[in-house]
Design a protein around this ligand. Structure first.
Ligand code: SAM
Length: 368
């Protein structure tokens, strides 16, 4: 394997040449430079969570590849005191060891070559953070990951099977996530809510509840960071955040309540908040200096977490074929005394607490 050095955050990482030049999934050890933002936002999330805990944290990364994420946590998260980095692939294991040495963090980062599920199952209730970053779906790893995290700890997960979660393959979505979804103008949000609902149901099966701190869509992946509460009451309470989405004649909304599906709508989905406003505010404070570039996304999330579910697109409120710019829609809606929010799901998307028919009438009766 020919290695080249990549720099990411505070880390220097040896990666296979193929990972930078071709398809990262074809490289002998996986490294995807397009996931840098995922890792940087995760650094900010862990810095924020560490600040809230105010003590050292044990972090487990069961699917670590080159080790870049774990090494970045050791260098960039002040409260990261023990990191368990693991990959079943021999070459990944050896490269990870070399990268840990290269960055001088072997006192904090332990490197393992185990099956992720058996490793996490053994870590039962001991991890402050478990970060599952798989190929495709995190679902096969969730029961063990929830087992490994301690009561009140954080579970982070990435999903890259967006086509499934966004409704391109309804039968696959049903088998993998136990949810029915169709293609709709707000599919990007629906997919994230399907993922959160599946995580909530998996946690509930283990008598645990979840509370999203930060979750988002970023082009080719979803990322969720949730707190896990290991008690039966939290498991039951989390079920109150499940429901369904409807989309009829352009109108949309959510119906709270699970497991009954009203009128055969889409779901089950997570109808609760996608993230915590206060937590997003702390992450925003952390996004200073070298992390400035992440402020825009975090600012949008901070505001969006106050908004009701399911966004509209500006083309849905076009008048005589003219699509209004986003800024104008927000201004006109706010001018009527309603709140309106931009959404990170689309630069042409927005959220309001009113019906589409009202918005269309408003845009038609306003000169612009
Ligand atoms: C998407 S990559 C991880 C990327 C890494 N987290 C990062 O941020 O660069 C997924 C990794 O999981 C490893 N893997 C897949 N199945 C596994 C299993 N059952 N146990 C341990 N490692 C596994 C693969 O070898 C691969 O390196």
């Amino acid at each position: 394997m020919r290695l080249v050095e990549a720099r990411e955050g505070h880390a220097r990482i040896l990666v296979p040449e193929e990972a930078l030049e071709g398809d990262p999934s074809k490289a002998p050890v996986f490294y995807n430079p397009r996931m840098e933002r995922n890792r940087t936002i995760s650094v900010l999330v862990l810095r924020s969570y560490g600040r809230l805990l105010g003590r050292g944290m044990t972090i487990c990364e069961p699917l670590a590849g080159t080790g870049v994420r774990s090494i970045r946590y050791s260098l960039e998260v002040p409260h990261a005191s023990r990191i368990i980095a693991n990959d079943a692939n021999w070459q990944a294991y050896r490269l990870m060891k070399a990268n840990v040495e290269l960055n001088g963090v072997s006192d904090v980062v332990e490197v393992h070559r185990r099956d992720a599920v058996s490793l996490m199952a053994e870590l039962w209730d001991t991890c402050d953070v478990v970060d599952v970053d798989p190929f495709g779906t995190p679902m096969p790893f969730l029961p063990a990951a929830i087992t490994a995290v301690r009561h009140g700890g954080m579970l982070c997960a990435t999903a890259t099977d967006l086509a499934v979660l966004m409704g391109n393959y309804p039968r696959k979505c049903l088998s993998r996530y136990g949810a029915y979804v169709a293609r709709v103008p707000f599919s990007r949000e629906l997919g994230l809510r399907v993922l959160l609902a599946a995580v909530a149901r998996q946690a509930a099966a283990l008598d645990a509840g979840i509370e999203p701190m930060l979750s988002f869509w970023d082009g080719h992946y979803y990322r969720i960071c949730v707190l896990v509460y290991k008690d039966v009451t939290s498991a039951k309470d989390a079920m109150d955040n499940l429901g369904y989405a409807y989309h009829s004649g352009g109108e949309r909304g959510v119906v709270v309540g699970y497991p009954k599906a009203p009128r055969g709508d889409m779901g089950p989905i997570w109808v609760g908040k996608l993230g915590d406003v206060e937590f997003a505010g702390i992450a925003l404070e952390e996004a200073a200096g070298p992390y400035q570039k992440q402020r825009r996304l975090l600012e949008t999330l901070y505001c969006e977490y106050m908004a009701p579910p399911l966004y509209y697109m500006t083309h849905e409120v076009a008048v005589d074929g003219r699509e209004p710019p986003l800024g104008l829609v927000l201004e006109i809606v706010r001018g009527t005394g309603h709140d309106a929010w931009a959404t990170h799901f689309s630069s042409r998307g927005f959220k309001v607490g009113t019906r589409l028919s009202y918005l269309r009438a408003l845009m038609s009766s306003t000169t612009w």
